[in-house]
Ligand binder design. Structure first.
Ligand code: COI
Length: 348
């Protein structure tokens, strides 16, 4: 691995008390290129512009996949990475669907470890802080024929973070636009999934909603995800979340919440959820909570859901599952709760 360290750190000029998610980057980045059918040497260098030509395929066809992962600092000043194995597997699953060559395990794991140990000071120990990690692979071949690239670039950048969303989360069920059709790339962390969500989200924002609830592409009857999150409903005392399909992202936080809920006596159902079921449950007084989960947000309560012009207000519960599960998850991530699942790895 080639390592060239930055001669000047931006750490001390960074305002950690007012971090806007995804806008501040640590001193270094990792790069590895795929050329002539193989991944080359890993390089860690100061964070900065990439050399790229206007003919690079990513710019024209969006052939790119990414991951979102987090590291936390415990009381002993050790950096703990959360479920890196799952992110590694999902990155390669997404890569295959987008016709991108898989990243070898040693490149991903060694690169990640070295990058995090060099920039470990960017991972703050105070409550609420984490280091958000963004691996991305994009088509870097220079060719504007609409075909899969023959060259790719793998990059990891990291960004100190606190909250993703600020304030209330009022969501609206999307009845026209679609995030992902059956047989598409919805299960993959493909860059284009997010690009396609921005316009409908902006329209919802203009009506006062923070996010939309995505529904199935065929007839918008079934609930799929909300914004960039997997979605959950507490009906009576059962937690219900849409079962995975090729149009739903298999969230690592989603998977962790299923395990934590079950192990803490909460009944969980993964199944198809009709929009009308949510409406009816609310009218019968059975819908107690809704929340979203994702790496960036962790667990984010939903304050209201608008379905077919009816606004369902969700009052804060004294025994909220969202809060209970968030505390358990964050405790494990930060090392203040014993990790009996082996979800965390120390960075060497
Ligand atoms: C995440 O939760 O990590 C995501 O990837 C969602 C978003 C920041 C794009």
């Amino acid at each position: 691995m080639k390592i060239s360290k930055s001669s000047f750190s931006r750490l001390h000029s960074t305002n950690f008390t007012d971090l806007k998610f995804g806008t501040v980057f640590s001193d270094h980045m990792l790069i590895c290129k795929y050329i002539d059918g193989k991944w080359g040497e890993l390089e860690i260098k100061p964070y900065g512009p990439l050399d790229m030509n206007p003919g690079s395929q990513i710019l024209h066809y969006g052939q790119a996949v990414f991951e979102g992962m987090k590291a936390f600092k415990n009381d002993k000043d050790e950096v703990l990475l959360f479920r890196k194995e799952e992110n590694y597997k999902r990155l390669n699953k997404s890569a295959v669907r987008l016709s991108i060559p898989k990243i070898p395990r040693d490149i991903f794991m060694n690169g990640l470890d070295s990058l995090l140990s060099i920039d470990s000071d960017w991972c703050k120990k105070d409550d609420g802080y984490s280091l958000y990690i963004r691996p991305v692979i994009f088509a870097s071949g220079e060719c504007i024929k609409a075909s899969s690239s023959e060259e790719f670039t793998f990059v990891i950048i990291t960004s100190p973070s606190t909250k993703y969303y600020d304030g209330e989360m009022n969501v609206v069920v999307e009845e026209h636009y679609t995030r992902a059709p059956e047989g598409g790339v919805g299960f993959a962390k493909a860059a284009g999934n997010y690009a396609a969500s921005f316009y409908p989200t902006k329209k919802a924002n203009a009506k006062g909603f923070q996010q939309v609830i995505w529904t199935d592409a065929k007839d918008h009857k079934y609930i799929e995800e909300s914004g960039t999150m997997n979605i959950w409903f507490r009906i009576d005392n059962k937690l219900i979340t849409p079962s995975l399909s090729d149009s739903i992202l298999s969230g690592i936080t989603r998977d962790s919440i299923i395990t934590l809920a079950k192990d803490n006596g909460i009944e969980v159902e993964e199944r198809k959820i009709k929009v009308t079921e949510i409406l009816e449950s609310y009218k019968k007084g059975k819908l107690k909570e809704a929340f979203g989960t994702g790496t960036a947000v962790t667990v984010n309560p939903i304050n209201s859901i608008t379905i077919y012009n009816e606004c369902l207000y969700l009052n804060e519960q004294v025994d909220a599952y969202a809060l209970k599960l968030k505390n358990l998850l964050q405790g494990i991530q930060k090392g203040s709760i014993v990790d009996s699942y082996n979800w965390t790895d120390k960075v060497n």
